[in-house]
Design a protein around this ligand. Structure first.
Ligand code: SF4
Length: 476
């Protein structure tokens, strides 16, 4: 194991274990809150203010069908107010599944002899990215196991390679990373490669569960090192970070309070909460036979997303293709703002995978492997505006600067027009005829709904340019 993984590792200047378990359990053990308390929390959220951990616990305590429906209705309203009808799209790209950790729920755990170990070389990564660009993708998240061979320097080289691949009008404009937490120096190296969001999932915020599922002799066995991971990232200049928990390991209500505690901790110490929150649910995986008794059913999964939506109004909520198409379709209504589509997570999957998933080559089984074009069409038929926008990150509107802009009016002026130009690019360059027809109608409806004026005229000019010329990447 390299020095980076063995020597005592310096934490951030705020390197404390801020997960107060006694307090969180205490909040969850309180009797169900009065309906008025639930409505007060909802009202605060609808005024676009983030909720405290206590207020989030009030929403979690609501069990009457009437109050739960009020929570869903408010989440739908807030989703429309803050995100409009936009759904941001991306695709995952697994680069290497060597791992020295032994996480009980993961196919890539080091003790699993049944999984195929592979690390794509740069030429193989190029081929994967070409395949993704030829489908119309513009935003990727690259994924690595935790292993001494995946140094920050090597990851940076992979990220630069992804950005360097151009096929026709195809290019990747934002590369996010899901990898093991690093020290400050490592993050600085990754930052130089112009990454977007750096994701580190705590998996579970419950200390005992964490100890039981993560071998303490492995780097990931260090709860505090991981919890502090994104504080170090922010101190190293990476101000778009993503947190997450693997739902099904422990009580979902506790994990929701853990996520909100984490988002508030980052907000209070670094001026910006997490850019995104992910809430993957346990899925079948090769070589994994884990029954926790905390598996989350569909009703509770919908509730946790609606409550997260209300708790962190300005944080992107990501629902990945772990979930079925049906569940994803439902949760986009009241919370989710980002999804992946056309995803294959087998190593080399975008050029080698067949119709069926090869479980021995992936971290877990996916629930939705429909092609991007089908997902695009369904989104538009459902009234959503698919977006491949990357403007904020490329114009430096990130972290607390992003927060400044997430004020009323910003969406209509920037997010919707940028989503429309990225959609037009997709329709002209990659869409099937049916999807193009649905998309062109949606674009016309969206443009017609915009107030007349210079912004609208400018947008119509950019859309015409994309349809009639080779101009691409026209964002504001
Ligand atoms: S969850 Fe991540 S760190 Fe754990 S075994 Fe899997 S790839 Fe390794």
């Amino acid at each position: 194991m390299s020095d980076r993984m063995t020597q005592s590792r310096p934490l951030s200047s705020n390197g404390i274990d801020f997960i107060d378990e006694a307090n969180l359990h205490g909040l969850l053990e309180r009797p169900a809150a009065e309906p008025q308390a639930v409505r007060d929390a909802i009202a605060k959220s609808l005024s676009k203010e983030a909720l405290s951990v206590e207020e989030t616990a009030v929403l979690l305590s609501a069990t009457s069908p009437e109050l739960i429906e009020e929570i869903y209705a408010a989440a739908r309203q807030l989703k429309r107010d803050v995100y409009g009808n936009r759904i941001v799209l991306f695709a995952p790209l697994y680069i290497g599944n060597d791992c020295i950790n032994d996480c009980a729920y993961c196919a890539f755990k080091r003790s699993n002899r049944d999984v195929e170990r592979r690390t794509l070389d740069l030429a193989e990564v190029r081929r994967q990215v070409e395949a993704l660009e030829n489908k119309g993708h513009k935003r990727l998240i690259v994924v690595f196991g935790e292993h001494p061979r995946y140094t920050p320097e090597l990851m940076a080289e992979y990220i630069r390679t992804v950005y360097d691949v151009r096929v026709g009008h195809g290019e990747i404009r934002r590369v996010n990373v899901n990898a093991a937490p690093m020290d400050h120096e490592g993050y600085a190296i990754i930052k130089e490669a112009r990454i977007g969001t750096f994701q580190v999932f705590q998996e579970t915020y419950h200390h005992e569960t964490y100890r039981r599922l993560h071998d303490p002799r492995t780097p990931k066995g260090d709860y505090l090192w991981r919890l502090d991971g994104l504080s170090r990232a922010m101190e190293s200049g990476l101000d778009d970070v993503g947190i997450g928990a693997l739902f099904g390991l422990y009580d979902w209500r506790f994990e929701v309070l853990g996520l909100v505690s984490h988002a508030l901790f980052l907000q209070n110490h670094y001026g910006a909460g997490s850019h995104t929150i992910s809430f993957p649910r346990l899925r079948p995986a090769c070589g994994v036979d884990l029954k926790t008794g905390y598996e989350v059913d569909d009703d509770d999964f919908k509730r946790l997303i609606a409550i997260l939506r209300l708790a962190v109004p300005y944080t992107g909520l990501i629902c990945t293709a772990r979930e079925s198409a049906e569940i994803r379709r439902t949760v986009m209504e009241f919370g989710v703002s980002q999804i992946d589509a056309g995803s294959r997570i087998e190593l080399g999957g975008y050029t080698e995978a067949g119709d069926a998933q090869a479980m021995e080559r992936e971290q877990f089984e996916l629930g939705d492997i429909r092609p991007l074009d089908s997902v695009m069409r369904e989104l538009m038929v459902d009234g959503y505006l698919p977006s491949f926008c990357t403007a904020c990150y490329r114009l430096g509107r990130t972290g607390e600067h992003f927060m400044e802009f997430s004020i009323p009016g910003f969406i209509k002026r920037f997010c919707t027009p940028n989503a429309l130009t990225t959609l037009e690019e997709y329709l002209v360059d990659y869409a099937s005829p049916e999807t193009r027809a649905a998309g062109e109608k949606l674009i016309q409806d969206e443009v017609d709904a915009l107030p007349d004026g210079a912004d609208k005229a400018d947008l119509e000019r950019r859309l015409k340019q994309i349809r009639e010329t080779d101009s691409r990447d026209l964002y504001i």
